[in-house]
Design a protein around this ligand. Structure first.
Ligand SMILES: Cc1cc2nc3c(=O)[nH]c(=O)nc-3n(C[C@H](O)[C@H](O)[C@H](O)COP(=O)(O)O)c2cc1C
Length: 221
């Protein structure tokens, strides 16, 4: 999971670095940049706009996501770079309400408070479709899987869909005996294991951006 966060960070740095920024020199000659200026100037670049406007969505309309759009999203996912082009991932798309509601019932039995949350529909942050991503059990491939995921979330954003990367439901699915039939249904090879999921659907909220710490970014001269 840390690798995934790192890959998102790298992506943001690369894009933000290509824009005008204001900076101040530090005593060792490196530059602390003010990325708030850079990130507010996309100049109509659609990729930058998609990156900057993407937010984790946790409320979705009931409208199902068209299969064509889901196909486009996963096509963008598997076109992500991967070390030595190993493509060390397995991807499963689930938009079957019986699957989503069935496993949610099990989840709610263990977490009854969840069902009392305002607008609760299911354990995947209420989305009508979920994309599961699995990586090799030897721990490799997680960085590659992170890149696959960000590609899919940005593709979804550009298609008018909202997403939320999810780790919580995966722990439940992997550590709950009653959930085993749902895990088996995903047909993940035995040398792979679920890493995270992405909730996908038409957004029913527009959350504000959470603050980003640009002090963690430095230009070294
Ligand atoms: C690896 C990973 C796991 C996450 N797991 C969850 C989760 O289980 N539940 C959830 O609601 N959000 C989850 N998130 C979403 C983060 O909370 C969210 O990306 C972060 O707060 C920044 O907000 P933003 O995506 O709107 O910019 C996860 C994100 C990542 C990258």
């Amino acid at each position: 999971m840390r690798n995934f966060t790192a890959s998102l960070g790298i992506c943001s740095i690369i894009f933000a670095g290509s824009f005008i920024f204001s900076s101040c020199s530090t005593s060792n000659g490196s530059e602390q940049t003010d990325l708030t200026v850079a990130t507010s100037q996309s100049d109509g670049n659609e990729v930058v706009d998609a990156i900057m406007s993407r937010r984790s969505i946790r409320k979705y309309k009931d409208t199902p996501v068209e299969r064509e759009k889901l196909q486009q999203i996963v096509a963008c996912g598997i076109n992500a770079p991967s070390g030595m082009n190993k493509q060390p991932w397995h991807v499963r798309v689930v938009d079957n309400p019986e699957y989503i509601n069935g496993i949610t019932e099990l989840f709610v039995k263990q977490n009854p408070d969840m069902a009392n949350q305002n607008g609760f529909k299911n354990m995947f942050r209420n989305a009508p479709a979920v994309i599961f991503v699995a990586s090799p059990i030897d721990g490799s491939g997680q960085l590659d899987c992170g890149m696959l995921g960000e590609n899919m979330m940005l593709a979804a954003q550009s298609l008018g869909l909202g997403t939320c990367c999810l780790g919580g439901p995966i722990s439940f699915m992997k550590n709950t005996e009653e959930a085993l039939p749902y895990l088996k249904q995903l047909q993940i090879p035995t040398d792979y294991s679920l890493l995270y999921a992405i909730a996908v659907g038409y957004p029913d909220e527009a959350p504000e951006s959470k603050p980003r710490d640009d002090k963690k970014v430095m230009f070294i001269d």
